[in-house]
Design a protein around this ligand. Sequence first.
Ligand SMILES: [Zn+2]
Length: 444
Amino acid sequence: MKEQVYWNPKTELMTRESLEDLQLRKLRKLINWSYEKSPLWRRKLDNVDFQPGDIKSLEDLKKIPFLTRKELSQSQLNKPLFGDIMSISKESALRYHQTSGTSGSGPLRILDGWKDWEWGSEMWCYGMYAFGVRDNDICLVASGYGNFIGFWLAHYACERIGALTIPTGGMSSEDRINKIMEMEVTVLVSTPTYAIRLAQVAKEMGVNLAKDSKIKFLLHAGEPGASIPGTKKMLEEVWGAKVGDFPGMSETGGSTCYECAEQSGGLHILEDHYIQEVIDPKTTENLSCGQRGELVLTSFGRGAMPLIRYRTGDLVERVESTFCSCGRTFDLYKGGILGRADDMKLVKGVNIFPSAVEDIIREFKEIDEFQIVIYTEKNIDQIKVKIEPISEFRSNRYQELQKAIAEKLYDAHRLSFRVEIVEPNTLPRFELKSKRLQDLREKI
Ligand SMILES: [Zn+2]
């Protein structure tokens, strides 16, 4: 018998027509629920004279105003602690989380009910199963298990699939490497940054992960690294494993899209649990397949905090399901999440995406860690990349490396980058999300 490769073949193989019928049914339920239970949504819908019964087709969703992160933060400021979007009370909730607050507006407090929680781990299962994780796998979750939702749901998804799951909150990197070897772990769940860090520590401990460990899959979220070709390749080589990307966000709970075993260069959109639109971030007009724009999410799984037309700030390019040959009918995001609109930096009139710089830097095997610094010198913006080479790299080859990196960065951006080499082990290392970009202009 052919091995089952779909977590939920009923929906993953659905025709477009049936998928849209399903979305419409779920959308009606969501709008009804939100209007009845969430004061924020009742107000927003009343403001545009929209009644739940007005949802006649999927097109009608476009009549509903967007929800923004700023609005959520403002609502929590006006009505502490949770604002007025929640449809359940604090007492009836099951889980508390907060976002990492990287977008400058402070952390966002989030409550989940049991159904939301179950749903969130189910979203991870689609991707893990599609990538090849099975009940005989041994998964190590490299997470601190704090109040950032991060890998909590991935942990429960591993258990849901039936795999042996090892929580490692509070463990040092050395302890985690030892555990990977001792327990013959086959799947590592972490941020891409932390997988790089673990590989550095393993090397210092004299452990050759690619040769000696049983790891076959690295499952990443929290950062775009696993979809950045240079970083993906580098991780594949040092770990001797397949590297998959499963992005999600605290506001949505679980994953929103996933990489399948075919690794087509795109991530399948969880279309049975979300409606994902792509809009022009300036005009807010809906874009069609093949056009790059901002991802807007309507989630059918977050009952406690209804998310309808939520502007994520993530940039994506949607392509049709035939882009991948796995048979799933879910469309994809080509190249994954391409970056965040607010990550983009303007230097001397050139748009710089940190992920594009990272892609180039990771091509150089001589580099262990790096940092991007944007600053002003004599009133002119400058961009510099600090490079930390691996300890075996000899200083008489520094100049040659500097030149090669500067040339590649210039070719890609038509902008001169300064390249500075720093001593090994001097740049910061990260356990969760990395902060490799410093924009010193913002402090002025
Ligand atoms: Zn596929």
